[in-house]
Design a protein around this ligand. Structure first.
Ligand code: ADP
Ligand code: MG
Length: 581
């Protein structure tokens, strides 16, 4: 798609507003151009000394009336044109975010959040500026500029030619300066982003900073970021401070030319004193269109470049999306089959998974053990298609996941990620994902299964307790259980639990395991866990090492089959014995 195509719909939808806005803008320009004519008449009448107080009053009233009209129409065009540009901004931002949400996990692995934030703020702002002020400046440069020059030429052609010598310099230097200002403004923005990020990160890690007495050092870091921000601002001021004096200098130069040459024309009766005064007024009116001419080319160039970057994101196809002939997954049972599945992360060299062959019957429980980095999380993430295998096939209910409707596949799966993510809000909102239709009964049931009910009941506000950003008000284990309750509430036939009891004590772990046990038979459950004893009830356990299944079977068999399994089990038995004691 052409980048312009992205913003076209917003222009089309606001075409009435834009027409009214442009019309008002042209009216304002026209009205402004009449004022010098009235002044000319008044001055000519005055110099001829044939003016009455009544006539002067009429001139004054006309100028005042025009001033009021200019005010009204300026209000209208700002409302219409700036309003439209805000609408473009809003539409573009929503579209961008909507699109980002569709992109695959791999995209976010390789793209920095900061860059995406920059697109969402800076680039969209540039497009808005081009669509709003760009349009205004373009109109003023063309309509107002041409008309002012026309009126001046009507008064005297030679004089117009003379003053137009320095005028284009305004356009050229406006372009030069606005470029430079923009570049420095970008540095200011970037430096401000660094500063806010530095402060945000330190506030997020405030507990760590305090515990390690790092305050002085961290203050110094923030102070350095703050100094650099001020430095960038001063660099910007150096350009902006030179800009307006430069513009004034050039306008005044033209003014000097008019004064000298125009004045002599008045003496020679080539033009009237009224023409002379009007000419000076037109000259003043011409300054802005000349500046606009220089500015608008930059605005449009930048808007165009930003639009191209936004477009590049919008054109990024999700690596994982529905096949054209995607099959529907009706009444999923939850059978999962891996056949020679291999996976390598796009940027990672060694395969994270190799030759995985696995059949998980519907309603059965599979335990996954293995040292850190052996591929447990990766294996689980292939099932809801966060990533696709690079080789082999993965089937759910007999159908390759790549041929299933993604939304239905994911609806059939509830995941407990290894690092539970909580949103700022209440416990209830976090467990129900903000769904107000969840009954109290189901909420309590899921919370009990996650061994969290007692904790919640112990809180003064119960389910309505606000848990703070990312759940800071909760302990690691409590966070994990909130996430587990969310997962159990989903009522999906497939449960993927990535180390569900990694942060809870032995007893809570037992309670959660009991609850999972009760679900066995009704749901297909995959549990990755570093604590082997928690998996003893699984129908089957696999041992992953370096991305390969090195042993599989029931607990008792694995004690004989796998060195890793037997060794880890004995070690943990000793630890748990000690904990229990
Ligand atoms: P486990 O869950 O068993 O600890 P993982 O599945 O998280 O192991 O990781 C398996 C391997 O894949 C590791 O070598 C790890 O470094 C790598 N890995 C995990 N996530 C990514 C990622 N997003 N990008 C690149 N490599 C990754
Ligand atoms: Mg893991």
């Amino acid at each position: 798609m052409s980048p312009i195509g992205i913003i076209k719909p917003y222009f089309a939808e606001n075409r009435f507003k834009i027409c009214i806005g442009l019309l008002s803008l042209i009216l304002v320009d026209g009205l402004q151009l009449i004022v010098p004519r009235i002044i000319k008449w008044a001055v000519d009448d005055l110099t001829a000394v044939n003016v009455t107080a009544g006539a002067l009053g009429r001139y004054a009233a006309a100028v005042a009336g025009i001033a009021v009209l200019i005010g009204v129409f300026r209000y209208v065009w700002r409302l219409c044109l700036i309003g439209t540009s805000r609408r473009v901004e809003e539409g573009l931002r929503n579209r961008l975010f909507n699109h980002l949400q569709m992109l695959s996990a791999a995209y976010f692995d390789r793209t920095r959040t900061g860059d995406l934030m920059a697109h969402a703020t800076n680039d969209i702002q540039q497009v808005r500026m081009a669509a709003g002020m760009g349009l205004v400046a373009l109109n003023d440069a063309v309509v107002m500029g041409a008309a002012a020059i026309g009126f001046m030429a009507y008064i005297n052609l030679t004089l117009t030619g003379l003053v137009l010598v320095p005028m284009p310099l305004i356009a050229v230097s406006a372009r030069f300066f606005s470029r430079r200002m923009h570049r420095r403004y970008q540095s200011v923005q970037a430096s401000f982003a660094d500063l806010t990020e530095a402060i945000r990160e330190r506030l997020a890690g405030i507990r760590l900073i305090k515990a390690h007495n790092r305050q002085t050092l961290e203050t110094a870091r923030v102070r350095a970021a703050s100094a650099s921000y001020m430095g960038e601002n001063l660099r910007l001021v150096r350009v902006t401070a030179a800009f307006f004096p430069m513009m004034l200098l050039l306008t005044n130069l033209s003014m000097a030319l008019v004064l000298f040459f125009g004045g002599r024309m008045v003496i020679r009766f080539a033009i009237t004193p009224g023409d002379f005064v009007a000419f000076i007024s037109y000259l003043a009116l011409l300054t802005w269109p000349m500046m606009a001419l220089g500015w608008v080319t930059n605005l449009i160039q930048r808007g165009r470049a930003s639009l191209d970057r936004v477009n590049a994101i919008l054109e990024t196809r999700p690596a994982i999306q529905n096949a054209a002939d995607a099959r529907r997954l009706e009444a999923p049972r939850g059978e999962i089959v891996f056949e020679h599945v291999a996976f390598t992360y796009p940027q990672g060299g060694t395969p994270a998974l190799a030759d995985i062959d696995l059949r998980i019957e519907a309603g059965s429980v599979l335990g996954i053990v293995g040292p850190p980095g052996s591929g447990k999380t990766t294996l689980l993430s292939l099932i809801p298609r966060l990533y696709d295998p690079v080789a082999g096939s993965l089937r759910v209910d007999g159908c390759d996941v790549r041929r299933l409707c993604i939304e239905q596949l994911r609806a059939a799966i509830a995941c407990l990620p290894q690092e539970p993510f909580l949103f700022a809000g209440t416990i209830r909102e976090n467990i129900t994902f903000g769904d107000p239709d969840v009954s109290e009964q189901r909420l309590i049931e899921a919370t009990r299964s996650a061994a969290l009910l007692e904790t919640v009941n112990g809180l003064a506000q119960g389910f309505d307790t606000v848990i703070g950003e990312r759940g800071v008000m909760l302990s690691g284990g409590q966070k994990q259980r909130v996430a587990l309750a969310r997962c159990l509430l989903a009522d999906a036939p497939i449960l993927l639990l990535d180390d569900p009891i990694s942060q809870v004590d032995f007893e809570t772990g037992e309670a959660i395991t009991q609850a999972l046990r009760r679900l066995a038979g009704r749901r297909t459950i995959l549990i990755a866990s570093h604590r082997i004893s928690a998996l003893a009830f699984a129908d089957r356990i696999i041992v992953l090492e370096h991305g390969r299944i090195t042993a599989a079977g029931r607990h008792s068999r694995l004690m004989d089959l796998s060195d890793y399994y037997a060794r880890t089990y004995r070690l943990q038995e000793i630890e748990e014995g000690r904990d229990a004691a």
